[in-house]
Design a protein around this ligand. Structure first.
Ligand code: SF4
Length: 264
């Protein structure tokens, strides 16, 4: 896709500016694909690529060159506007600072809990390999037979849905929280307010991921009452939610473009 087409898309009023900055990137489950320029771009690229996606006849490399050219033009335009041009020393210094922020972000208590949650989930899937297949059906029958309240299991989200939700947010919660932590650290050191706002936005996306994951785990527990190990995942998320809410008291009030602003 060339730069003119990108400019044309950027001016289309149907798109909500910046909606893709604070979403969970789960386009297949998103209710705003029609209003999202990022989604439209991806769709067009896919269509373009469908005709030329063939590594054997060098179309792949042509497309990569095209993307590079478009990106280079954009970078040059931005560089002219911002008048930035780093020399070697400044570049090294900037990279060192970024690394420090990165490490400090990962060391935050909530980042560590989110990282631990990734391991808890990995371990759970290892222990319950095949849950989504035949074993899942078998366990589902057991759960139906042994459901203490006698509630029909079909009233809860599907097993596949729950597993999908858990897998989608498992790494994303940590990534979003590290980004939020970086924003807070930079906001404090550089005293730039928009960093904290961005941090709150990222924290809100993480909170939503945590809550949806908790719902999925709770549903799994309902399906498989004998699954004591799901409690560990739920407990870890509960702790994480407390930590994130304490660290980002304004996160819930953050308005994500489109999702929290009635589509404007
Ligand atoms: S806003 Fe929706 S469609 Fe756009 S990138 Fe995010 S999840 Fe995908």
């Amino acid at each position: 896709m060339d730069k003119d087409r990108m400019d044309e898309l950027a001016g289309d009023p149907r798109f909500i500016p910046g909606i893709y900055n604070y979403c969970d990137r789960w386009c297949e489950r998103c209710a705003f694909t029609f209003r999202c320029m990022n989604y439209a771009l991806a769709q067009e690229e896919e269509t373009d690529a469908a005709a030329s996606r063939d590594l054997r006849n060098k179309a792949f490399w042509d497309r990569l060159d095209e993307v590079f050219e478009t990106t280079r033009e954009l970078i040059e335009e931005e560089a002219e506007e911002a008048d930035f041009d780093l020399d070697e020393e400044e570049l090294q210094e900037s990279m060192r600072e970024q690394q420090e922020v990165h490490e400090a972000a990962q060391a935050q208590p909530y980042s560590r809990t989110a990282r631990a949650y990734i391991d808890v989930v990995d371990q759970w899937f290892k222990l319950n390999e095949g849950l989504g297949g035949d074993e899942g059906d078998e366990r589902k029958s057991q759960a139906q037979a042994s459901s203490p309240a006698g509630e029909p299991v079909e009233n809860t989200p599907g097993l596949h849905d729950c597993l999908e939700v858990i897998c989608w947010y498992q790494p994303q919660i940590w990534v979003k929280l590290c980004r939020a932590a970086s924003g807070t650290i930079r906001a404090a050191s550089e005293e730039i307010e928009c960093f904290q706002e961005d941090a709150d936005g990222s924290a809100k996306v993480a909170i939503l991921g945590i809550e949806r994951s908790m719902a999925a785990w709770a549903s799994l527990r309902h399906r498989f009452p004998d699954h004591e190990d799901a409690i560990l995942a739920l407990g870890t998320l509960k702790r994480l939610l407390r930590q994130v809410e304490a660290a980002f008291p304004n996160a819930r009030a953050f308005l994500r473009p489109g999702f929290d602003t009635d589509g404007t």
